[in-house]
Design a protein around this ligand. Sequence first.
Ligand SMILES: [Zn+2]
Length: 108
Amino acid sequence: MNKSLVTYSLIFLILIALFGFNFFLSLIGNLLLLVFLVPLLIFLILLISFNSLKSKVNTCNKCGTISLGIHNTCMNCGAELEDINPNSADSLQKPSETTIEVKAEEIK
Ligand SMILES: [Zn+2]
C-alpha cells in the first residue's frame, strides 16, 4: 500500500517534470469546469424539455383533469379541450406573436 503510493507520487513528479505544472493546473481547471458544466447542461435540458411539455399540457375546465396536448378531448369527461382552452383563445395572444405597427413620420 505504502510502496504503491510512493511509486504513484514518483510518477506524478516525473509527469510534472515532463509536462510542467501549468499542464496539471489547466487539466484540473478543465475537470472542474466539466464537473460544474455537466450538471448545468443537464439542468438546462431538463428545464427546456419541461417547458416544452408544459406547453402541450391542457387542463380541462370542466373536471380539472390534466391531459397532454396530443389529445383533443379530455381523458376523464370527454369534453373538447380546444374550445375551452384559454391558451388557444384569440384574446390571449402572446406578446411575442403580436405585431406593433410603427408609422414613420417626417420631422420638419
Ligand atoms: Zn374533463
